[in-house]
Design a protein around this ligand. Structure first.
Ligand SMILES: *Cc1c(COP(=O)(O)O)cnc(C)c1O
Length: 218
């Protein structure tokens, strides 16, 4: 079995970077703390991790508002679908939003960013597996969404995908990279506990790892 826990995952990530000829530290580890008990999250904070991923705005607010006053330098990434009526809270809480998936959300995020004079970094989510139950724009709609986000001056830094469960993720990573390259985007949010090393080999800049760091979610 592969080694688990923060130190083991960081070691595996550094090895995957080296194997792919990437600079050490060039891939950001987003530790996905959704649903995890607070003592596990605290242990990972105490071990030095500062970048965390959450999939629900309210849950993240409740957890991180107090933890942020205790631990400096925490950066939060929203990795779950974002409803328009939660966009304001999301823009206030998160440093990055990985789940821009529709024109209307782009408009809302842009308006909120203008009001605040600041915006989280944004990734557009692409539903590479065309799964009806999954968020993300269809691959053929990605170029238009990217163009729209740019025309609205959103700080779009890359693309995100969640490959279908039980399928080889590599073709999905490659498709995402191809769409990013033709749009001049350098960020690639892809790879989770079971496949982050393969994602790094395909060019991931952000991997989102939960259970392999914190243990299984209950
Ligand atoms: C839960 C989640 C992850 C982390 O999954 P693990 O398999 O526990 O690493 C990554 N990305 C997204 C979008 C998630 O919802």
């Amino acid at each position: 079995m592969n080694m688990q826990g923060l130190e083991a995952i960081l070691a595996r990530l550094r090895a995957a970077e080296a194997a792919a000829g990437r600079a050490p530290g060039s891939v950001t580890l987003v530790a996905v703390s959704k649903v995890q008990p607070e003592e596990r999250v605290r242990a990972v904070l105490l071990a030095g991790q500062r970048v965390f991923g959450e999939n629900r705005v309210q849950e993240a607010q409740g957890r991180w508002t107090p933890l942020r006053s205790e631990f400096e330098g925490v950066r939060l990434h929203l990795i779950g679908p974002l409803q328009t009526n939660k966009a304001r809270a999301a823009v206030e809480l998160f440093d990055a939003i990985h789940t821009l998936d529709r024109p209307r959300l782009a408009e809302t995020l842009a308006r909120l960013a203008q009001e605040r004079g600041a915006s989280p970094e944004v990734f557009a989510q692409v539903n590479t597996g065309r799964e009806p139950q999954k968020a993300g724009c269809l691959p053929e709609d990605a170029d238009a969404l990217v163009a729209q986000a740019r025309s609205l001056d959103l700080p779009l830094v890359g693309l995100m995908c969640i490959p279908p469960e039980g399928e080889d993720p590599v073709p999905h990573f490659r498709l995402l990279r191809e769409i990013a390259e033709r749009n001049g985007l350098s960020g690639l949010s892809m790879g989770m506990s079971g496949d982050f090393e393969a994602a790094v080999a395909e060019g991931a800049t952000h991997v989102r790892v939960g259970s392999a760091i914190f243990g299984e979610r209950t």
